[in-house]
Design a protein around this ligand. Sequence first.
Ligand code: HEC
Length: 118
Amino acid sequence: MQKWIMSGLFFFACALAVVLMFTLPGREAEIAEEKPTMPEVTLDAAAAEATLRASCIACHGDQLQGGMGPALDQIGAEMDVNSIYNIIAKGRRQMPAFENQLQAEEIANIALYLSEQK
Ligand code: HEC
């Protein structure tokens, strides 16, 4: 009898988990939104430097040594290319989002460039 109750509870919990999985508001979509996927690009260092110069050095310093924003000259040792891409695209606190100002490929190119700064 007790076994029957236990397995009944177990199946109920499973059913509940399945229902929640499908009804909780688009958790997967949210995650996809937070973590845009980086397009494949081949590094164009000159273009990356030009974009950095135009959009980033005001806050990160002309040698990427840091200023109002943190230093980026060794950022590749701390963050992987996808995290860097993500921060540039989406911003974080005082860091502005660039997804509406730069092409995804441009952001990917600077992310790749920065990921090699270690
Ligand atoms: C308005 C000033 C400003 C501009 C412009 C700016 N950033 Fe930032 N950035 C910041 C600040 C402030 C932070 C720290 C964010 C935080 O506190 O979470 C930051 C954080 C970052 C980080 C994460 C660093 C870390 O150590 O966690 C990266 C990478 C980065 N910025 C790249 C860029 C790039 C690339 C550009 C140009 C496309 C850029 N930023 C333009 C202010 C700026």
